[in-house]
Design a protein around this ligand. Structure first.
Ligand code: PEP
Length: 232
């Protein structure tokens, strides 16, 4: 079980340092744990969490080592910082910043080649689910990825992200089983995971952990989710 906290555009360096100091001392149960701070806070998180088992992931990375790509950060730069991995293809990147299946694939490959671990996100929109296209969308998004020891998939139905609408455990299980039929990798669930719904989701046979947004910003609720996943 891996529980990763996606902080999105929250917590600058000083808040990240305080959070990671508290996390170091928290009871996180028996799961793998990662935090995904914004770029500017990665160095502080790496420093505070050095010597612990908690991994630090970026939220995205470019495919090139360096170049004229204003606003982007390369896998080599993340490695130099001591970052353990990166999220790629989050639905907010796809929907708000024009990421495509092809750009996601390039980023994933470059990050893996550089020795970073990758959480690659897939998931359908509300409209895609309502019109019966969930599996087609997942199949398309996964078709550009290849299994790798450093890669895990996060199934994040877009309609459940930041909305308080969580997938039912049964629906999550069904989607995770479909994802695994397409690519043989661990699959995290993401979409309004909270301390009170984490246990039932984690009990599903094909749920291998969580990618948590909002509830990962508070040490208490993040630790409670880790504990719920740990006892499942
Ligand atoms: C996410 O950002 O990956 C996410 C799942 O957010 P939330 O938990 O807030 O829905």
């Amino acid at each position: 079980m891996l529980v990763a906290g996606n902080w999105k555009m929250f917590k600058g360096p000083s808040a990240a340092g305080s959070f990671c100091r508290a996390l170091r001392d928290a009871d996180l149960g028996d799961v793998d744990v990662a935090v995904c701070p914004p770029y500017v806070s990665l160095a502080d998180a790496v420093q505070v969490l050095a010597g612990t088992e908690i991994g630090v992931f970026a939220q995205n990375c470019h495919w090139a080592d360096e170049g004229a790509f204003t606003g982007e950060v390369s896998p080599a730069m993340l490695k130099e910082l001591g970052v353990y991995g990166t999220i790629v293809g989050h639905s907010e990147r796809r929907q708000l910043f024009g990421e495509t299946d092809e750009s996601v694939a390039r980023r994933v490959k470059a990050a893996l080649d550089a020795g970073l671990n990758v959480i690659a996100c897939v998931g359908e929109t509300d409209e895609e689910r309502e019109t019966g296209r969930t599996n087609d969308v997942l199949e398309r998004q996964l078709s550009v990825l290849e299994p790798d020891d450093g890669l895990v998939i996060a199934y994040e139905p877009v309609w459940a992200i930041g909305t308080g609408k969580t997938a039912t455990p049964e629906l999550a299980q069904e989607a995770h089983a479909f994802v695994k039929s397409q690519i043989d990798l661990p699959v995290l669930y993401g979409g309004s995971v909270k301390p009170d719904n984490a246990k039932r989701l984690a009990e599903q046979p094909d749920v291998d952990g969580f990618l948590v947004g909002g509830a990962s910003l508070d040490v208490g609720s993040f630790a409670a989710i880790c504990q719920a996943a740990s006892t499942s």
